[in-house]
Write a protein of this length. Sequence first.
Lengths: 135, 352
Amino acid sequence: MSTKVFLASAALGLLAAGLPAWAHHSFAAEFDINKPVKLQGTVTQMEWINPHSWIHIDVKEPDGKVVNWMVEGGSPNILLRRGFTKKSLEPGTVIVVDGYQAKSGDARANGANITFPDGKRLFLGGSNPNEQPQK
Amino acid sequence: MIRSFRCTLAAVVLIPAAALAQTKPTPAKTWTQPKTAWGDPDIQGVWPGTAMIGTPLERDKSLGTRAYLTEDEYAKRQDRAKNQSAIDSEETVSDLTRCDPKRGGLGNTATTCSNGVSIGPPLYWDDRGKPSKQASLVMDPPDGRIPALTPEAQKAAADRAAARRARPCAGTAGGCHDSWEDESLWDRCITRGTVGSIVPNTYNQGNQILQTPGLVVLRNEMIHETRVIPIDGRPHLPAGIRTWMGDSRGHWDGNTLVVETTNFRNGTVVGNTPASENLKLTERFARASADTLNYSVTIDDPKTWTKPWTISFPLKNEPNYVLYEYACHEGNYYMLNALKGARAEEEKKNGR
């Protein structure tokens, strides 16, 4: 399969801001907004762990070297309730990840958009469990 | 996005007359409170708070003391929920969309959405809840707003903010991560606090209740909290023993389980606000029907807030909801990424 990795950098000024009450953890602490990545790779493993799942993919770099990347995903419970099961992303599946690399420089990224090579969205198929208003 | 709220008489005890006057009467049904084999009211089951996630904690000021929306306001809330669901289901979501606060991106703060670029997570990570007519989760004071901090607590908050601003790391994107102690109690997998563990927020809002003679066990999915609550009349622990989740004692008031919790250690949190060791919580669990358990918690900490306040909402029975293992610290790559990321930033700054 064809795989490519590219890192682009953009000089963006960032302001530190306090988190609102009850806030989620800081993505700006984990990932670098100056390091957008587009990865195409083969799934080797999915960690179904709280508080966030992690998808492992083998990505072939331009020089031919294969690097195993970890991509942060949603919590297992919400993925399952949206229709995502262990069969949705079996080892060997090829996915494309648009995201940002970890500030540490490690091969870790968030997955702002995750699609299959044909452009279909990864987490499609699950209906939103919360669509129906409560009686 | 929220949902309707039915109050039982028992759950309403702490809610003022203004809120009561607007409470819709529960339709008469033939449901009767079941009892356990040993005669206690049976409130066992899996009771997620997921449905109420979209209900704002504090009420919009324009609603004043109205605890419930009008039909028109409710219809608008339903429209917004439908719109959000459509956005969440889009094939791909642009940075612009994810940074638009009106489009509900999770974790979108000024730092994750600078110049229209978002490094927040995909939108489908977030539970949205269901539209309800309840205007806010805070039901007392009557305006649905958290009371002002005491002058002492305001000064402490200002001092903390000033100390943060004075640190060299204060201007770094993502804030200060010099040590694990810079992370919140939640991020450190210690606790989200007794209140934060059950008040609906983001995702993983499962709760489970089990009963045995003399004990009630309350388990919160976020983050793997379990309180084993004696209901046999025994006194609280000695004042010198203090914990993050406090010491809970329960009793039955009719069919309502009343749980009083004290003995908090200094620095436990209600939301992100540190509370004092004087914090006292009074929770009420009252089953209103086979699938609804009304919950309220009154937060009383005269050192921190100028008056007590009450959060109240229904929990819904979902027998098929599963609370998965929350080996939080083991799976908490966030801590590693944030601390390593901050070290890398430092090295870059120092030209290494």
